[in-house]
Design a protein around this ligand. Structure first.
Ligand SMILES: [Ca+2]
Ligand SMILES: [Ca+2]
Ligand SMILES: [Ca+2]
Length: 242
């Protein structure tokens, strides 16, 4: 036995890694491959949304009660215009229930959100795609809306219990310079752990921005981070999703 062990020798690092993976697979329960998602019809909003197409949802606690609420971006074909629909979570932590939110949750205040590209003015051009995040770190969720040809940001100038959306164009640095004729779809999370939410923007590909704001009070600003994108994925203006 001793001579056999000496003949085979110690496993190389590659073989050792293979054996470790094989051992891990051998003890992994079959159920781990099962889909983790189960449909929960009772969690759906109580009524059909006004528009049945191009709806996008953002989730966040908009009234500070600890329960996540729903904010939908909707699209009116006849305009075309975008608009918001909100539901307050009146359920419990384990069983959400939805009631129509106050109209102030879906009212956009301040300068109109519009952009000019190639000599054409696109005003509230439908397909609102909302994202919620506390961009300035004051404890209140703020609102970013992507649409065709623009991204606009609304600072929450209300309270933790009652949001008021007020357009703050000074927070839209860099995002003003987006390519035309794209439908921009934002999502936000703190990707580098500095305490401020960063941005992933879909629209002609997937582009990542670090929140490089500064000051007191903090003013959000956005700097493109090409290295944050998934390997092999194309960035802004490269075609694809619109
Ligand atoms: Ca809530
Ligand atoms: Ca905020
Ligand atoms: Ca960050």
């Amino acid at each position: 036995m001793q001579s056999m062990r000496m003949a085979i020798g110690a496993p190389t690092p590659v073989i050792a890694r293979f054996l470790a993976i094989f051992a891990l697979l051998a003890v992994m329960p079959v159920s781990a491959e099962a889909a983790p998602w189960t449909a929960q019809p009772s969690w759906s909003p109580p009524a059909q949304l006004p528009s049945t197409r191009l709806a996008n949802a953002a989730v966040g606690d908009l009234n500070g009660d600890g329960l996540p609420d729903l904010l939908f971006g909707e699209y009116d074909n006849s305009g075309p215009i975008g608009f918001l629909v909100a539901y307050e979570n009146s359920g419990t932590v384990s069983a959400p229930a939805w009631t129509a939110a106050p109209s102030s949750w879906t009212t956009l205040n301040g300068t109109a959100c519009k952009r000019q590209f190639n000599g054409q003015l696109h005003s509230d051009d439908g397909m609102y795609k909302p994202a919620l995040a506390d961009m300035d770190g004051d404890g209140k969720l703020d609102l970013m809306i992507g649409s065709r040809n623009f991204v606009c940001i609304y600072q929450n100038t209300g309270t933790t219990a009652s949001p008021i959306w007020t357009r703050n164009a000074s927070w839209e640095t860099v995002l003003e310079d987006l390519n035309a004729n794209r439908a921009y779809n934002p999502s936000m999370a703190d990707l580098d752990g500095d305490g401020y939410p960063d941005l992933r923007l879909m629209g002609g590909g997937s582009t990542f921005y670090k929140n490089t704001g500064s000051g007191s009070p903090f003013v959000p600003s956005w700097t493109e981070e090409p290295t944050w994108g998934p390997v092999g994925k194309r960035g802004r203006g490269a075609g694809g999703h619109r």
